[in-house]
Ligand binder design. Sequence first.
Ligand code: NAP
Length: 487
Amino acid sequence: MTTSLTRPEIGSPTQVFIGGSWQDAHGGKTFDVVDPATGETIATVADGAVADAEAAMTAAAKAQKSWAQTAPRERSIILRRAFELVIERTEELAAIITAEMGKPLADARGEVAYGAEFFRWFSEEAVRISGDHTLTGDGKNRIIVTREPVGPCILVTPWNFPLAMGTRKIGPALAAGCTVVFKPAEQTPLTALALAAILAEAGVPDGVVNVVPTTDAAGVVGSWMASGEARKISFTGSTEVGKILLAQAAPTVMRTSMELGGNAPFVVAEGADVDRAVDGAMVAKMRNMGEACTAANRFFVHRSVAAEFAEKLGARMDALEVGPGARAGVEVGPLIDEAGRAKVQRLVDDALGRGARAVVGGAQDDGPGYFYPPTVLDSVDPTSDLMSTEIFGPVAAVVPYDTEDEVIALANDTEWGLVGYVFTQDIDRALRMGERLEVGMVGLNTGLVSNPAAPFGGVKQSGLGREGGRVGIDEFLEYKYFAIPRS
Ligand code: NAP
């Protein structure tokens, strides 16, 4: 394994990982990985070509049969070892995440703990894959239902949680007995490559996990989609790319899991505990600098408490320390790139142009790195662009409302449906509103829903399928039923 790191202390492989070996890309091309806190190159990584993608798919297909036949307990032990290694290497992995993605070290450590948990959770699920045995209604036939791995899987992940989005797919795929070809986001390949090294060390056989970083996402993933060897794609990313992949899955009738974008409403009801709602808002908005599919995008606050909520949230946001994620005490790192920052500024300018007031923030910082100040906008017009666009930045847009029917209509007025947050002290209202929200997950008096033990996923254009929880492994399993006459 060779490395090509400007900052060797972050210690990650930089080649493609195919069939258990580290290789330069076909054609020898490389690309730079940039620290968003400085704009400087921190590593040069092999730029996987379509030929590498094909080799990876061949390796995954070749390893599929023997991996599927590996005893569940053995798969479980390997995943458990991977969990332990990830935890052991928390500091190393957190440093890589912060260097290539920008989040503060404390958040990166949190991601390592969260991400590792998918390996532990699915190590426990690997030995609990169960079927069914019943009789037909007339009692003449036995029905025996078994479960089988779907086969080689394509995994594609975004840059915002470079470790956890990988483990959330690799964990259940391996537990189910599937091999994988994995393409991490171009901006964050180092974490994925470090993870591949850990999985190999944990005992994952050659060819079971293959990782191809690339600047040619469409070419690499497209070749896998068209290969005829892949049986499943599990994708996390934008709804736009998800739709392209759904279309590409049609010709081979490939199984799909889609974890797509969000536009989460955060509702503070009449009579809510405002301080508790502000605590929740800080998590729902500021986890990952707002660069999360679960980020609260629209704050609907009952008019009776809207001003108090906006002022208190503004004070908390204003007190956050912004800076390079590796610096001690920093709570808000840079956004991923200049395009991400420019988008946030454009959305803020649009809202201000429609009459919103900046309680804090509102204008981007100058200087190196893609920093954006924590921002609270008050009295936001519901027709503003940021109400219908994922902000993906540290901007809280507060819209006052008057009635429950009104806020439910506003909250559901979006093509997305990943998560909604409701803050209220009234149990009837909490359950009623939670039921009326068109989302896959509801945070009641909490700003955090992500947990490996829970089924994560959305409705409407936020996706298909669930990751984590008891159902997470189902995405990687097929049913087979045996009809057996009783004689
Ligand atoms: P993205 O642009 O859709 O990219 C996601 C992944 O798809 C990356 O690896 C990307 O590669 C790849 N990709 C891009 N174009 C492709 C194509 N034509 N064919 C195949 N693969 C392609 O999303 P992103 O900007 O990285 O991530 C942010 C989005 O992810 C947001 O919408 C967010 O809500 C969503 N997200 C959802 C969840 C969830 O669980 N629901 C979790 C986290 C993030 P490159 O990096 O090379 O472009």
